[in-house]
Design a protein around this ligand. Structure first.
Ligand code: F0G
Length: 351
């Protein structure tokens, strides 16, 4: 029997209404990949694993929550769903809405959505609108529009999104037999960190798996939770987390505090360096997805964090294919004649 998707797998642990009518792409069950060479690069003496959420059906962790949000909406006859998005939520909502036979409208910030995400939303048939504003502006508009019209909001303000996303914490506990010592992950609108903490607490209450400390990581140009105030014009190369006013900011701060963890910021350079380090371990993630582990490196390097003897999980939230331009820009492969000698000497030169 193939894995049934997160709703069927964890139904008894999800707080969802009886009318929920499952719409799934068999999301979840993503690998927890050991990366010992990366741990050594960061100083060694600890165990490091990557929860590779980019291997979900639409290439990001959003599918875990979207299956639940769309299934709940489908069960009460919703015809149209809507979200604001930096890209991944849009692609995921579009895919699940398509499967449910619903219309999907997505609002994105002009010029700041990576190519693979926009392509996904279009391919799955969403109505895509871009605004001359930020993600935060788009979310405000979606909240207003969904209050006025019979349209279901499927951003992570929708509680069913978190119900689905918390299943990643269950999977980590099941694979390891207990919670890790630390969990590092990127923070944008702050739904995911909130969902992980919910999931770890719930699983611990049932199975005594322990609780991790949580390291949430924002991009330096978009770090409202670190600065303690909203950021009017958020900037970062990690467009997925280019968010100045996280909808679940309070809960994210609470998760960090309760877990005895913290929320920090890293620069775009640190994010891109970690993206490369992960790729050199065979794991290609989009920039935002490298932020969690970039944060771990930052803390270790600055002496604020002693990883010795710890088991640490880094959540990589989206696949590298989502944002191919980040790695191909400025790269033009050398063009050569179709000639044995020319190729042979070019190979020697490149070594
Ligand atoms: N990583 C990726 C790849 C994301 O797409 C997002 C959020 C996050 C991390 C942060 O998660 O918002 O729950 O704190 N992307 C949203 C979107 C905002 O519209 O796709 P969060």
């Amino acid at each position: 029997m193939s894995y049934p998707g997160v709703i069927q797998q964890y139904r008894s642990l999800l707080d969802i209404p009886p009318h929920t009518s499952t719409v799934t792409l068999l999301e979840g069950d993503t690998p927890l990949i050991p990366v010992p060479a990366l741990a050594d690069k960061l100083g060694g003496g600890f165990e490091l694993l990557v929860k590779f959420e980019g291997l979900n059906p639409t290439g990001s962790f959003k599918d875990r929550g979207m299956t639940v949000a769309i299934s709940e909406a489908a069960g009460r006859g919703v015809k149209t769903v809507m979200c604001a998005s930096t890209g991944n939520t849009a692609a995921s909502a579009a895919a699940y809405a398509a499967r449910a036979g619903m219309r999907c409208i997505v609002l994105i910030p002009e010029g700041n959505v990576a190519a693979g995400k926009l392509a996904g939303a279009i391919a799955y048939g969403a109505d895509v609108l871009q605004i001359q504003g930020s993600f935060d502006d788009a979310l405000n508009l979606v909240v207003e529009l969904t209050e006025k019209h019979p349209i279901a909001l499927v951003n992570s303000l929708n509680p069913y999104r978190l119900e689905g996303q918390k299943t990643a914490a269950f999977e980590i506990c099941e694979t390891l037999g207990s919670a890790p010592d630390w969990l590092c992950l990127p923070v944008g609108n702050a739904g995911n960190i909130t969902a992980y903490w919910m999931g770890f607490k719930q699983y611990h209450a049932i199975k005594s798996t322990g609780l991790p400390q949580i390291l949430g990581v924002q991009a330096a140009g978009s770090a409202p939770l670190v600065l303690g105030h909203p950021v009017e014009k958020p900037e970062t190369i990690a467009t997925a987390i280019r968010i100045g006013k996280p909808a679940r900011g309070e809960q994210a701060l609470q998760a960090a505090e309760e877990s005895r963890g913290r929320i920090i910021a890293v620069t775009d350079d640190e994010i891109l360096a970690m993206q490369k380090m992960l790729a050199s371990n065979g794991i290609w993630v989009e920039p935002a997805s490298a932020a969690g582990l970039a944060g771990l490196k930052h803390e270790i390097d600055s002496g604020r964090f002693d990883p010795h003897g710890k088991r640490i999980v880094g959540v990589c939230t989206g696949h590298g294919l989502k944002d191919p331009e980040i790695v191909t820009r400025g790269f033009a492969p050398k063009t050569l004649p179709s000639d044995f000698q020319a190729i042979e000497s070019a190979i020697a030169e490149m070594e």
